[in-house]
Design a protein around this ligand. Structure first.
Ligand SMILES: C[S@@+](CC[C@H](N)C(=O)[O-])C[C@H]1O[C@@H](n2cnc3c(N)ncnc32)[C@H](O)[C@@H]1O
Length: 284
């Protein structure tokens, strides 16, 4: 079973598949952890093997050691981008963990409305994957604040594959089913029976950028009022998670909110945040 709970079939008996040896897996896992924080436990070996088979075959490589040496030596950075695109798990959907959006709507936005003086509401969707979470935030914010507010959302991820999908803004119609009808009519246009595209105005409202949460220094000029950093820390070990939580704390305005995934709750020892509801914290 993969990280998302779905079954991944890997045909290790295929005469064409290249076997990932334990020491090769450790080399790759160490590299990925050091650069991206993602902690690949031993049981992820089959997953890594399966996800990288096609890459090795397209490069005509005979072993994972050969692939590893090529990837670390590649000065263009393309090889490592491909690795990241293959190794990350990008599962997401509109309105995921919807009680967070309800809390944002009923508590957080009304509070920001009262306290922000310069009409500039700053929201960061960290680890945004293919854009569903960031676009959900954008539509919610539009419902609340008047036209003359700056409501742009910053949305970041390390995978260029999902960022490109997010920028394109094309989604299967079945993935939009849970959105309110008014949002569907206002922000999406049907392309055909299978797909719809986000409107230009919605796409313009979200600034998608590649950003690695493992960066030592976070480069943001202004602090955020709200940070969504959900369902990414599950891939990090405790030390990496704690370090990241401290950095996110520093990136928030006083009174600002951090939303994490429901399975990523922060313990009291890890943080100076006040718990507002499960997986929602306020900087106090
Ligand atoms: C499971 S998705 C979560 C998407 C969305 N936040 C949600 O909750 O539905 C996790 C995302 O984290 C990204 N990610 C993993 N490690 C990262 C890192 N070090 N920096 C930034 N993004 C990272 C992955 O590329 C992936 O798109």
């Amino acid at each position: 079973m993969d990280i998302n709970g779905s079954f991944v079939k890997i045909d290790t008996t295929s005469p064409f598949s290249i076997q990932l040896k334990d020491e090769e897996f450790r080399l790759l896992a160490t590299f990925i952890k050091a650069h991206y924080g993602i902690h690949l436990k031993d049981e992820k070996k089959a997953l890594v093997n399966g996800r990288l088979q096609g890459v090795l075959q397209s490069l005509n490589m005979k072993s994972f050691k050969e692939y590893y040496d090529y990837m670390v030596a590649d000065k263009s950075g393309d090889a490592v981008l491909t690795l990241v695109n293959k190794i990350t798990t990008n599962h997401t959907y509109f309105m995921r963990e919807s009680d967070h959006f309800s809390f944002l709507k009923s508590h957080v936005l009304p509070q920001l409305d009262k306290t922000i003086r310069d009409k500039d509401v700053r929201i960061w969707c960290a680890a945004c994957s293919s854009g569903e979470e960031a676009y959900t935030l954008a539509m919610l914010v539009n419902d609340h604040f008047p036209m003359d507010w700056d409501k742009r959302i910053l949305a970041t991820d390390i995978s260029t594959k999902v960022l490109n999908q997010a920028i394109e803004g094309i989604y299967g119609n079945d993935r939009l089913e849970d959105l309110p009808k008014t949002w569907l009519n206002t922000y999406f246009r049907r392309l055909d029976s299978e797909r719809s595209v986000a409107s230009d105005s919605l796409k313009d409202q979200v600034i998608f950028r590649r950003f690695n949460l493992m960066e030592e220094n976070f480069p943001f000029k202004k602090r955020f009022h709200v940070i969504f950093c959900r369902n990414v820390m599950i891939y990090f070990d405790q030390e990496t998670k704690t370090k990241l939580i401290h950095k996110l704390y520093d990136c928030l305005e006083w009174g600002g909110y951090l939303f994490v995934g429901h399975s990523e709750s922060i313990t009291r020892e890890e943080t100076r945040f006040k718990t507002m509801m499960p997986a929602v914290y306020q900087k106090v």
